[in-house]
Design a protein around this ligand. Structure first.
Ligand SMILES: Cc1cc2nc3c(=O)[nH]c(=O)nc-3n(C[C@H](O)[C@H](O)[C@H](O)COP(=O)(O)OP(=O)(O)OC[C@H]3O[C@@H](n4cnc5c(N)ncnc54)[C@H](O)[C@@H]3O)c2cc1C
Length: 449
């Protein structure tokens, strides 16, 4: 289905409450699961959401403290020659724990990753990601903003105003311009001076050679948005949340005659939607389709900087293209009191997020080292913020495919009639969550459940 038809289909399903009377189970209450739940609820469905953590978008899920960028205007895949080189270089925004090379699953993943760095494959992956980002943008602007409401949105630190990707290397800058042009994306090229005029905080970036401005990119606090959606779904009376429950093969469900059967419920569900990040490997190992990749967890790091008293803080969301760090300005929330994310003050903080590590269980020392390196990289761009307090240091896991293109698949690819899998969104899960939800509604309206 084309982007326009997918959006129209979602609009119709909402208008006609097409999934009224249907019972769906969603496994995983991260951002993909919650946005999908939100749209399915608008389509009239009854939902039961299983989450192994203690709440929605909890500290162990990938969106808890992510960079918050809605990168509708541009996309990138982690599978690239440049990233591959970085693994072996000192700049190391990507790191691999070489012990993993003795693990069969990881070697399989790594081989697929390398294959996808080849120009032809990469082009294909980028085009697929660009199509998904375009769909996400349409769903976000045409449907989500209208239904979610201004009040809810303003409580989620939603910032418009675009993003600037800034560059230090002329050759790389020109390469990126060529690359974004070939994908047909909308952007504005900025000289170093124009970039500083647009965002004064870039004045301290030494060696700045220019920027690319994406007007369509925005930022939002993923955790707060998920909390709001949780409240809306709770109040609807149509959605049941079951927390602290890992939904597992042979414990909670079995696969019989091409169908999933729940073992934990008296009644059965019309469809099972797995949005449980890397947890989907448990199901993927039961699915007989050799072409499906494993989902691997790629570690990322973030922290917040109190910029309430600084006139040097960025006002526009930024991306440091060399170090692969994203910055978004958000209103400050008071997380100290029982995780009460709704207690706002007028102050603001800068969310700093970045890096990608392939490592299984990093030790606290390894995490500490990476966060210190992230902090040092942040100061290299914004040394005037060095007096500001940094806090909320976090290490999260991005569920990733070797291509960065998420698996959003239904019956055709998995030969199970009542099951949809949506996972592996890598570094774009927040951005693509609206497309994911739209595709899930599309699958459900095509199937004869
Ligand atoms: C540092 C960092 C910065 C990022 N910045 C951005 C950004 O700026 N923009 C952007 O678009 N994306 C960004 N991302 C990526 C984005 O956050 C992720 O792609 C996205 O959160 C993935 O969401 P998900 O719901 O698919 O998976 P997850 O968030 O991993 O959610 C899966 C959920 O399923 C639960 N679960 C797992 N197994 C089971 C089971 N068996 N039963 C029940 N529950 C289960 C887990 O507890 C979890 O809550 C960033 C990620 C990181 C780490």
């Amino acid at each position: 289905m084309s982007v326009t038809n997918l959006v129209k289909n979602l609009q119709n399903c909402i208008k006609n409450k097409s999934h009224f009377g249907k019972n769906f189970a969603i496994i995983g209450a991260g951002v993909s699961g919650l946005i999908s739940a939100y749209f399915l609820h608008l389509c009239g469905a009854s939902l039961t959401i299983y989450e192994s953590g203690e709440g929605v978008c909890h500290g162990g899920s990938a969106g808890f403290q992510n960079g918050g960028q809605l990168s509708f205007g541009h996309v990138d895949s982690i599978a690239s020659i440049q990233n591959l080189r970085s693994i072996f270089s000192l700049s190391c925004y990507i790191k691999v724990n070489f012990n993993l090379l003795f693990k069969r699953q990881f070697v399989k993943y790594a081989l697929q990753y390398v294959k996808n760095c080849l120009p032809q494959k990469r082009k294909q992956n980028l085009q697929e990601l660009a199509n998904l980002a375009n769909l996400s943008k349409r769903v976000f602007y045409d449907i989500f903003l209208q239904n979610f409401g201004d009040d809810n949105l303003s409580g989620c630190h939603y910032n418009t105003g675009g993003t600037i990707h800034y560059f230090y290397n002329q050759k790389y800058f020109l390469q990126k311009i060529k690359h974004y042009t070939s994908l047909g994306l909308n952007f504005k090229i900025l000289t170093a001076q124009q970039a500083v005029e647009m965002e004064n905080a870039l004045c301290n970036v030494s060696g700045l050679c220019g920027g690319i401005y994406f007007e369509e990119d925005n930022s939002i606090n993923c955790k707060l948005m998920c909390e709001k959606i949780y409240q809306i779904l709770q109040n609807s009376g149509q959605v049941k949340f079951i927390f602290n429950h890992s939904f597992l093969h042979n414990k909670d469900y079995k696969i019989e005659n091409g169908k999933i059967i729940a073992l934990t419920q008296q009644k059965n569900f019309d469809c099972f939607i797995f949005t449980n990040g890397s947890g989907v490997n448990n199901l993927l190992s039961q699915v007989h389709n050799a072409a499906l990749p494993q989902i691997y967890s790629m570690k990322g790091y973030s922290f917040d900087v109190d910029v309430s008293y600084s006139s040097y803080a960025p006002q526009i969301a930024l991306t440091d293209s060399k170090r692969r760090i994203v910055y978004s300005v958000q209103n400050r929330y008071n997380a100290s009191q029982n995780n009460d994310y709704n207690t706002f003050t007028n102050l603001s903080f800068l969310r700093v997020a970045g890096f990608a590590d392939f490592t299984h269980n990093p030790s606290p020392r390894q995490i500490d080292k990476r966060i210190k390196y992230l902090y040092k990289s942040f100061l290299q761009s914004f040394r005037s913020l060095k007096q500001s307090t940094a806090s909320n240091f976090w290490c999260g896991e991005r569920p990733s495919t070797p291509t960065s293109v998420p698996l959003i698949i239904g019956e055709e690819q998995i030969n199970i009639s009542n099951c949809i899998i949506a996972s592996g969104h890598t570094n774009l899960g927040l951005t693509l969550s609206f497309a994911t939800a739209c595709k899930i509604v599309g699958f459900l309206s095509l199937s004869d459940l």
